[in-house]
Design a protein around this ligand. Structure first.
Ligand SMILES: NC(=O)c1ccc[n+]([C@@H]2O[C@H](COP(=O)([O-])OP(=O)(O)OC[C@H]3O[C@@H](n4cnc5c(N)ncnc54)[C@H](OP(=O)(O)O)[C@@H]3O)[C@@H](O)[C@H]2O)c1
Length: 286
């Protein structure tokens, strides 16, 4: 698979999003582990997770633990795999997502993620979402301290705007390597952040590239052009979507969620799908 860059680290151009394996509606663990192993077999070297990818309040870090276990039980070499996690979101267990950007909390959350992932330093630690009750610079300051303490190797942001990206760069310098925002055929309003990442050389990780777990299967029904281009190439609309995202900029690294070997294998094949300039224009206009 082609590689792309997250700071100084080369990763597969298509990553794996871990959320469907751990939140409401998740499958049994065996299927999720099979999906992670299928991703590794297919050459995926970026796995996106978060301490908040869990269902019940008493199982914080479910997805981090699942991924750490799947890497440990994989037969092959996993030293080239970057597990990117996040802190700053919480799930009280009633289905809601709350926030805590307090620096002391973020540092404590990172310590817990370190233990669950079983590593000495987290390769990419992302601030999950700015907390309106805490000055953004204070939350980013926690990432600075974690970098200085060697607890994390690289820092990323999620759900931020261009001003916040610039502000964080002043605090983190070149240690800020990525931005993870929502971007899909249905949600394109993160274009300013994508363009800024392209300008600054930061990786841009579009989340929910198919519109999210419950809408992913219907992508081709909701966006007929994606289905038409897919039919022309004999591939799935989801593959077309990922190839369209990859073509937007060399900094884009999609992280499609998956909980089945078949879906991650299909997604990975988007790496070799070449769309014409005319097709890309049609998809842009869809
Ligand atoms: N930073 C944030 O605030 C934030 C928010 C949301 C998500 N994320 C991250 O972004 C990742 C992706 O987002 P998402 O999981 O919400 O939504 P998504 O990637 O748009 O959709 C996920 C669903 O797509 C299905 N799928 C995957 N590949 C497919 C294919 N080739 N053909 C047909 N269906 C396919 C999967 O089904 P199966 O489960 O049946 O395999 C999966 O449940 C998450 O897993 C998470 O890591 C981050």
């Amino acid at each position: 698979m082609q590689t792309r860059w997250i700071g100084d680290r080369a990763v597969s151009a298509i990553g794996l999003g871990g959320m469907p394996m751990s939140i409401e509606g998740r499958p049994d663990e065996r299927r999720s582990v099979a999906a992670i192993h299928a991703a590794l077999d297919a050459g995926v070297t970026l796995i996106d997770t978060a301490d908040a990818y869990h269902r019940d309040a008493n199982e914080v870090g479910h997805n981090e633990s699942l991924i750490a276990g799947a890497l440990a039980s994989y037969g092959g070499d996993t030293s080239g795999v970057l597990v990117a996690t996040k802190g700053g979101h919480l799930r009280p267990g009633d289905g809601s997502w709350t926030q805590n950007g307090d620096p002391a909390y973020l540092k404590q959350a990172c310590e817990a993620s370190l233990k669950r992932l079983g590593v000495e330093a987290i390769g990419l630690y992302q601030f999950h979402r700015p907390d309106p009750r805490v000055p953004f610079a204070d939350s980013v300051g926690a990432l600075r301290e974690l970098l200085d303490e060697g607890k994390i190797v690289r820092a990323g942001l999620s759900n931020v705007d261009p001003e916040q990206i610039r502000q964080a760069r002043e605090i983190l310098g070149d240690d800020l390597v990525s931005v993870q925002n929502q971007f899909s055929p249905a949600f394109r309003s993160s274009e300013p952040e994508l363009y800024l990442c392209n300008e600054l050389g930061l990786a841009f990780l579009p989340w929910s590239p198919f519109g999210g777990i419950t809408r992913a299967a219907g992508l081709g029904d909701r966006f007929a052009v994606f289905a038409e281009v897919a039919t022309a190439h004999g591939v799935s609309p989801q593959q077309v979507c990922l190839a369209w995202l990859l073509a937007k900029s060399p900094v884009v690294i999609p992280i499609p969620g998956s909980s089945r070997p078949e879906t991650i294998r299909d997604s990975v094949a988007a790496d070799s799908l070449e769309l014409s300039a005319a097709e890309l224009l049609r998809l842009d206009a869809a």
